[in-house]
Design a protein around this ligand. Structure first.
Ligand SMILES: N[C@@H](CCC(=O)N[C@@H](CS)C(=O)NCC(=O)O)C(=O)O
Length: 203
């Protein structure tokens, strides 16, 4: 299967997930400015033109990071990367996946937008994103991971998005529990390997 990604984007968490699941995959880099890959037009893979996209061996394509993560977890249930489908715990995981995808990921997207001026970004970060970071930090003050004491793919997505604030001058150093979470995540071999594969860490 193939994972379409762009370095430093939201393609990192599906890559972490594939490694945590022990699934074979190839990485295909998408150039955001041209929407081209080494294979050709990325719009031929997904009309959305967004990463991540996961192309299965039969050619079927899954998009939307939070959905890709669930598909990967469900391929290897024995690894318990997410709670089993249909359980109350799975819905808790989906709550976090949705929160990270919407409030956090798309909130952070505002900070990267070329359509938003610097002052609006600053006010949005202070008035909106700070509440999201505080909520996550509060949760992590009593839980090592989003779902409790055990890693799940919701953590991979959270880690992915939390690598972005320093790129847009948002300082998370005051959030002690977020810092500890980031440190715990960096110790995972799958996380380390994914960061190296994207060129975000030295080998
Ligand atoms: N709804 C999509 C959004 C994915 C998304 O925002 N992808 C960004 C990178 S993090 C992207 O592909 N941007 C391409 C561009 O801006 O040209 C998901 O949750 O997977």
């Amino acid at each position: 299967m193939k994972l379409y990604f762009s370095p430093g984007s939201c393609g990192l968490s599906p890559q972490i997930a594939l490694r945590e699941a022990g699934l074979d995959f190839d990485l295909v880099k998408v150039d955001f400015s041209t929407k081209q890959t080494a294979e050709g037009d990325y719009y031929a893979v997904t009309a959305k033109g967004f990463v991540p996209a996961l192309q299965l061996d039969d050619g079927d394509v899954i998009t939307e990071g939070a959905v890709i993560l669930q598909w990967i977890a469900d391929q290897r249930p024995e690894r318990q990367l997410l709670p089993a489908p249909g359980t109350r715990q799975r819905y808790e995981a989906m709550e976090w996946l949705n929160y990270v995808a919407t409030d956090l990921h798309k909130g952070m997207a505002v900070m990267f937008s070329s359509f938003v001026d610097a002052d609006s970004k600053r006010r949005f970060a202070e008035g909106n994103l700070a509440n999201v970071f505080a909520n996550i930090d509060g949760h992590l003050s009593t839980h090592d991971y989003l779902l409790g004491d055990r890693f799940s793919l919701a953590d991979a997505y959270l880690f992915n998005v939390l690598t972005w604030p320093s790129r847009v001058n948002i300082d998370l150093s005051g959030y002690a529990h977020i810092q500890q979470f980031l440190g715990r995540m960096e110790l995972r071999p799958a996380v380390r390997a994914a960061l190296i594969a994207e060129g975000l860490r030295a080998a």
